[in-house]
Design a protein around this ligand. Structure first.
Ligand code: SAM
Length: 266
C-alpha cells in the first residue's frame, strides 16, 4: 500500500495530535460533553503526546536558556522536530504552533480547520519555542486572543473545541451550529425556555405564538439589533439581504456593507 493510500485511510475521521509537556491537562476537557461524544461516535480521534518521550538525555530535557542572555527558558528544537516528524510520518499534516503572535483564531478559521482530516498542534511553554520551530516545522500559527497565556495547552483546547463541534454529527440535530453567533456573521439573539413568566419577566409573546415565519423574522431582527448594539464592526462583513438592510436602516445603520453578499429577499 502506498504512503498516500495509508494517509487517506487515516484521514477517514479527523485525527488531532497535540504535542505538549503536559498531556494530562487534556484528560478532563476532552472526556466530557460534545468532544467526548464526538470521540465515541468515531468523528474525531485526539491524542496528546508527551514531548519528553522524544527528549534524548536522561533528564528528558525539553527546554534551555536563551542565546544572548535574558531570563527564562525556551523550548528546544530537537525534541519538537523529532516528535512532530514521527507523528506526521509521511503524511502532509497542518502543523499549528499556538502563539500569541499567530493569526487570530475565529469562527472562520475554525470552519477552515474543520475541513481538514488531520491537525497537529504544538504547545509552547516558558518564553515559547526556538525560532527554527516556527520557521521550519510549523505550517501555521494561531493566537486565541491578544493576551499571553502560560502555555499553548489551553489555547489548543479552545481551538479543538471550536473545531470539533463543527464536525457533521457532533452536535446532533437539536442544535444548529450554523445559527450560532459568528457562524452567520452576526451575534445570535436572545433565547428563552420555560417558565413563560419568571419573577416579573415574561417570555416575548411572539415566541409562544407558534407562528414559525414570524418567529424566524423576530429572531433575525433581534440578531441584527444585538450585533449593532454590541459588535457593529461585524455588520460590515456579514451576509445581509435587503430586508436586513431595511431593518438596520430603521435602527440608524446605513453601512458599510460587505461586497458580493446575497442581496435578495429571504
Ligand atoms: N514570549 C512569548 C511571546 O511574547 O510571544 C510568549 C510565551 S507564552 C508565556 C508561552 C506559550 O503559551 C506560547 O509559546 C504559546 O504556545 C502559548 N500562548 C500564550 N498566549 C497565547 C495566545 N494568546 N494564543 C495562543 N497561544 C498562546
Amino acid at each position: 500500500m502506498t504512503v498516500l493510500a495509508i494517509c487517506a485511510i487515516i484521514q477517514a475521521m479527523l485525527t488531532i495530535d497535540i504535542v505538549t509537556i503536559f498531556p494530562e491537562m487534556f484528560d478532563s476537557p476532552f472526556n466530557a460533553s460534545i468532544i467526548k461524544r464526538a470521540r465515541e461516535k468515531g468523528l474525531v480521534s485526539i491524542r496528546a503526546h508527551n514531548l519528553r518521550d522524544w527528549a534524548t538525555d536522561k533528564h528528558k530535557t525539553t527546554d534551555d536558556t536563551l542565546y544572548g542572555g535574558g531570563g527564562g527558558m525556551l523550548m528546544k528544537p530537537e525534541p519538537l522536530f523529532a516528535a512532530v516528524e514521527a507523528i506526521r510520518g509521511e503524511c502532509s499534516v497542518p502543523t499549528i504552533l499556538l502563539t500569541p503572535q499567530g493569526r487570530l483564531f475565529n469562527q472562520q478559521v475554525a470552519q477552515e480547520l474543520a475541513q481538514e482530516s488531520r491537525l497537529l498542534f504544538i504547545c509552547g511553554r516558558y518564553e515559547g519555542v526556538d525560532e527554527r520551530v516556527r520557521q521550519h516545522l510549523a505550517t501555521d500559527e494561531l493566537s486565541i486572543g491578544d493576551y499571553v497565556l502560560s502555555g499553548g495547552e489551553v489555547a489548543a483546547m479552545v481551538v479543538v473545541d471550536a473545531v470539533v463541534r463543527l464536525l457533521p454529527g457532533a452536535l446532533g440535530y437539536e442544535h444548529a451550529a450554523a445559527e450560532d453567533s459568528h457562524a452567520t456573521g452576526l451575534l445570535e439573539g436572545p433565547h428563552y425556555t420555560r417558565p413563560p413568566k419568571f419573577r416579573a419577566w415574561e417570555v416575548p409573546e411572539i415566541l409562544t405564538s407558534g407562528h414559525h415565519a414570524r418567529v424566524a423574522a423576530w429572531r433575525r431582527r433581534q440578531a441584527l439589533m444585538r450585533t449593532l448594539a454590541r459588535r457593529p464592526d461585524l455588520l460590515a462583513r456579514a451576509r445581509l439581504d435587503a430586508q436586513d438592510r431595511r431593518w438596520l436602516a430603521e435602527l440608524g445603520y446605513n453601512g458599510p456593507f460587505a461586497h458580493g453578499q446575497i442581496d435578495s429577499e429571504r
